[in-house]
Ligand binder design. Structure first.
Ligand code: FAD
Ligand code: DHB
Length: 395
């Protein structure tokens, strides 16, 4: 752990993908920052989460010097597959949009980001507890933390909350100055990581009477699978045997026949919700990534939104430090939010189309769900719209 500075230009709360990338991109633009992170690095690296990196997100990482291992070890996917009513449909990203996505685990990206901020010399203060923010309504904000029983204060020009969905940064915005929107879905995902070869070269999203299933991967011998489970389910409900048999039952027979199962090396239960807190700025406090918006994982958008928020914010901060301009900072929330809301819409659409909603059997909504999938399976225009959103809209 680095020595704790008493002054910097930008204090970043949270050293996940949003916070680490922000620190690096600021460094590239010659702007100093300090990251204060609640957890240890090992703890952050234990969280297995995203796997899909949008076309432009990958370019951003590559252009800023974080893409070497992603390019060497990640997998370019030029399409994904949808399974429904015994049929499989390939959405041909490359053919429909000329773009692709990269499969590269968030854990690996986080390691790369740690390496690059260490090389940049960005102080990453881990085990920083009780973070508090003051002075954001004036010109000289201050961030306080407690570390191993000692109090530290860091003076700065701006504070950025990148502390994820359970963070505290947004609480420093007065309640009357922000608005939250939320939709909770009546199910969750159970996810398993296993040392088994992926069942397919590409991802498979399956809509089945028993519920949603997703086949993903990390590399040639490591697979990532998810199935929809009840909202109140716990890890204890899902011993490996039950997980594999439920996954098998939800996949088309030709896919299920070649599924290789094995002991799980990691297992999670994650609730699904859409949640947005607006605006992304109050005075000299800014929010980026999951600290301000969470989408259900179905559209693979959360990490990508964290990356796009950060890119907008870096341009705005650089505009201020290089030319004294506040325009970019004033516009940041509106510009970033336009992209966020589109991803909220896309993730909600994917989630609603592919999951089984408990309580809804074969009535109106269930028939609409089928009509939506039938339309997608039959219309190249609908497939292009899905492809365009999945690979990521241009910035
Ligand atoms: P986080 O990763 O949550 O990082 C926040 C950091 O802040 C953490 O390190 C945390 O310890 C720290 N922190 C929290 N509180 C405090 C505090 N009080 N003080 C200081 N530090 C604090 N996204 C995609 O784009 N593609 C996908 O394929 C995808 N798949 C997913 C699959 C699953 C199962 C899940 C759960 C998520 C998935 N996501 C995906 C979403 C993605 O993982 C998140 O959107 C991403 O982690 C957001 O990054 P972040 O840096 O904003 O937040
Ligand atoms: C993965 C996660 C997702 O949410 C998704 O839509 C696709 C892939 C993954 O973890 O590999």
């Amino acid at each position: 752990m680095s020595e704790i500075p008493t002054r910097t230009r930008v204090v970043i709360i949270g050293g996940g993908p949003a916070g680490s990338l922000l620190a690096h991109l600021l460094h590239v633009r010659g702007i100093d920052s300090v990251i204060v992170e609640l957890r240890t690095r090992d703890h952050v690296l234990e969280r297995v989460r995203a796997g899909v990196i949008e076309h432009e997100s990958a370019e951003i990482l590559r252009d800023s010097g974080v893409g070497k291992r992603m390019d060497a070890e990640g997998f370019v996917h030029e399409g994904v597959n949808l399974a429904h009513a015994g049929q499989m449909l390939r959405i041909d990203f490359q053919g429909l949009t000329g773009k692709h996505v990269t499969i590269y685990g968030q854990t690996e990206l986080q390691k790369d980001l740690y390496d690059v901020i260490d090389a940049d010399g960005v102080p990453l203060i881990d085990e920083a507890e009780g973070v508090r923010v003051g002075g954001i309504d004036g010109d000289s904000p201050m961030v306080g933390i407690d570390r191993h029983g000692q109090e530290h204060n860091i003076a700065c020009d701006f504070v950025v909350g990148c502390d994820g969905a359970h963070g505290v940064s947004r609480d420093f915005i007065p309640p009357g100055a922000r608005h939250s929107y939320e939709r909770q879905y009546p199910f969750c995902w159970v996810g398993v990581l296993s040392e088994t070869p992926p069942v397919d070269d590409e991802l498979i999203y399956a809509s089945h009477e028993r519920g949603f299933a997703l086949c993903s991967m990390r590399n040639e011998h490591r697979s990532r699978y998810y199935i929809q489970g009840p909202a109140d389910t716990t890890l204890d409900d899902w011993p490996d045997d039950r997980f594999w048999s439920e996954l098998t039952a939800r996949l088309p027979e030709t896919v299920a026949d070649r599924l290789e199962t094995g002991p799980s090396i990691e297992k999670i239960v994650t609730p699904l919700r859409s949640w947005v807190s607006e605006p992304l700025r109050h005075g000299r406090l800014f929010l980026a990534g999951d600290a301000a918006h969470v989408v259900p994982p179905t559209g693979a958008k959360g990490l990508n939104l964290a990356i796009s928020d950060v890119v907008y914010l870096v341009d705005a901060l650089a505009g201020h430090f290089d030319h004294g301009s506040m325009t970019g900072l004033d516009e940041y929330s509106g510009v970033a939010m336009a992209r966020v809301w589109n991803a909220v819409r896309f993730s909600w659409w994917m989630t609603t189309m592919l999951h089984r909603f408990p309580g809804i059997s074969d009535d109106f909504e269930r028939r609409l769900q089928r009509a939506e999938l039938d339309y997608l399976f039959g219309s190249e225009n609908a497939q292009r719209a899905m492809a365009e959103n999945y690979v990521g809209l241009p910035r």
